[in-house]
Design a protein around this ligand. Structure first.
Ligand code: NCD
Length: 321
């Protein structure tokens, strides 16, 4: 029997797929942040057994470092085990097996699938072919909901709220799935204001502008127009793999660079600097030692607590905490 997918969370994560941030309400996110706080305080050396006896498939049809390894570590810290497929060319995919059949196979051995795929919408289709929960770890230029959960949690942690937050998002707004999910998440909160800075070829897809009307979105044309009172700056990589025209990619990949000079001119003492990583030159190394730069500290570490929290809630083990 097929389960109905893209179900609203409605404060109950048990057995749900996580395909899009649009499944969440403001209350779901606030509840999720509270549970994540518990994992954040947990001593990492003390293995929990919340996922004891569970096997999780990590199946990545696209490259990954952080998402893959933090999910793997999260499962292990919770006492579960993993089947890890990071190179589908070593699987029956290379023989022409469909995504659905690969999913059916993994669903017969494991309890949950974490899937990354190059095509937008593919993770939802995959989830409809199995009766175990599927988590979207990035579907092409679509969404990356677990990255948004950790990004939102990081901003929330620093400001104690997401209402009234003011931020800047820079880079590949067209293809950056982390940006798409982040904007959907921020749209659930009140009085959010976002400034968008991208090469004109990479501006935010129209449908996202139309669907997220609760946020005041303002496109700016140059770093000179960055207001000085922002809570966060979210830089992103120009996504080479989504370009047909590599000459254009080379021309615009480093149009906007985060460096100490820009920080000195436009940031304030509370502005935090974020990036989903990997960076490929758009943040200068000199920025890393700034205590407001969180991409290799709080933001990346929150990826682990957020994924531990999410897996625990999906398996319905929250009461054992
Ligand atoms: C991002 C992704 O895969 O979408 N990385 C990540 O998961 N943290 C960002 C990117 O690849 O640019």
């Amino acid at each position: 029997m097929q389960r109905s997918k893209l179900t609203k969370i409605d404060k109950d994560f048990k057995n749900k797929d996580i395909i899009s941030i649009s499944q969440f309400s403001k209350q779901d996110l606030e509840y999720f942040f509270k549970i994540t706080d518990i994992f954040k305080k947990q001593n990492k050396s003390k293995l929990l057994d919340l996922l004891k006896g569970k096997i999780i498939s990590l199946v990545f049809y696209e490259p990954s470092t952080r998402t893959f390894s933090s999910f793997s570590a999260a499962v292990k810290l919770l006492g579960g085990q993993t089947i890890e497929i990071q190179d589908v060319s070593n699987t029956s995919v290379a023989k022409g097996e469909t995504l659905e059949d690969t999913m059916r196979t993994l669903a017969s051995y494991t309890d949950l699938i974490v899937l990354r795929h190059p095509e937008k919408g593919a993770v939802q289709i995959a989830s409809e072919s199995v009766n175990i929960p599927v988590i979207n770890a990035g579907d092409g230029v679509g969404e990356h909901p677990t990255q948004a959960l950790l990004d939102l949690y990081t901003i929330y942690e620093k400001n104690k709220t997401l209402d009234g937050i003011k931020g800047l998002i820079v880079g590949d707004l067209l293809n950056g799935r982390t940006v798409h999910s982040l904007i959907k998440g921020l749209n659930l909160f009140d009085s959010v204001e976002l400034f968008l800075l991208s090469p004109s070829e990479l501006s935010l897809p129209k449908n996202l502008i139309e669907e997220n009307t609760n946020i005041r979105l303002k496109s700016i044309l140059s770093p000179d127009q960055i207001p000085g009172d922002l809570n966060f700056w979210y830089w992103t990589r120009v996504q080479k793999e989504r370009f047909k025209n590599l000459k254009l990619y080379e021309e615009i990949k480093h149009k906007y660079i985060l460096d100490n000079k820009l920080i000195k001119n436009k940031a304030n003492k509370n502005t935090i600097f974020m990036h989903p990583l990997p960076r490929i030159g758009e943040i200068k190394l000199e920025v890393d030692s700034d205590p407001r730069a969180l991409y290799f500290t709080d933001q990346i570490r929150n990826g682990l607590s957020v994924r531990m929290s999410l897996l625990t809630l999906i398996f319905g083990e929250r009461n054992s905490l």
